[in-house]
Design a protein around this ligand. Sequence first.
Ligand code: HEM
Length: 403
Amino acid sequence: MTDIDLLSIASFAGSQPHEQFEWLREHSPVHRHDLPGGEPFWAVTRYEDVKTVGRDAATFSSSPTIMLHDSSSEEPSPFGDHVMMLMADPPVHTRMRRLISKHFTPRASQALAARVDELATQIVDEVIEQGECDLVEDLAGAMPSFVIAELLGIPLEDGRILYRHTEALHSSDEAIASEDRSAATMQMFEYSQKVYAERQANPTDDLSSQLIHGEIDGEPIDSIDFFLWFLLLIDAGGDTTRNLVGGGFHALFENPGELERLRADVDGLLPTAIEELLRWVSPVIYMRRTAMADTTLAGQSIAAGDKVVMYYGAANRDPSVFAEPDRLDLSRSPNPHVAFGGGGPHYCLGAHLARIEIHALLRAMLTRLEDLSPVGTPEWMGSNFIYGPTSLDVVFRPGPRVG
Ligand code: HEM
């Protein structure tokens, strides 16, 4: 039996723990996993079971949290009864999502494509003359933080600062002191309150103003609600997309034949390549649910109140769905991966926008940065929740700016 440890950040440095996932899918697909300092959880690793849990919000609730640990019951939540959409269940979740979903439809996302292309040009321009950069920090991280800053109507550079704070929020206790995590939350809070006050007084047509002047069932959005929306959008849209691009290039560098294929036919192969990189990297490691009633999953009895945790990276290598799952195949089709979730009510709201950002940035990098190759050793997130490199130094042939 393989040693199972889905908590240690070492299990997620450089690769997801695919040997463990393989053993679990085969021998213990709903596996009882201890959690120091908390109640144990069921780790779900097969594709069909991940979809079942994700789609059945009545049995598998997102409340009180989608993280492994419940927040300590001794400390009252500083946010009172306010909930973030990600941790709400229908029908409250449905009403919250309705408030914001029109900004993320395929059509609304497509309307941003030209601007996203300009940002990709600008981001590559910033490094192209140097012939070297940190692919994660300078390229992959810049795009999502700029895009979310534009949507929220804040300066692009502030988007970068705020998204760095989200990295602290996602880091495990092993990797970061809890005071640093609290300080990051506080800075995000203060920033959101400043935006709230400004847009209350002077609304514009940005998403912040629309949220601040919106209401749910006749109830206005107060400053705490706005903070939770702000945090969710910066958080959900930031290092996930960054890690897909950083982790995606890491995978391409490790599979030079596939990188060559892609370079030879960027426009032809990019659509399927993006889906394959999403499957391969699976930047969100898990989402947790809590059983609302006694139930059974893959023959395993689950009691009401138990934690049930979907491992997307494991589902995305399930051989019953993906032929040769451990082979990176940029033309894989169909590719019904669950990197954006298993398709239930919380399915990634930003999936269309993420694909547009990833397409623009990958295209600009692959067509403009000639001989792009890694140097040194990448550094990885200290997290068992979000997966990807935090630093990946690269060199390339210097070229001219075009923007
Ligand atoms: C590669 C990039 C991304 C990945 C892998 C990703 C993945 C995910 C996953 C796994 C979930 C939870 C799904 C579930 O529980 O069923 C989620 C939810 C969410 N994502 Fe993304 N995401 C990405 C990019 C984005 C972007 C760019 C945005 C917005 C700008 C965004 C906004 C959201 C929001 C708001 C939710 C919560 C939806 C809800 O609770 O109803 N995501 N995402």
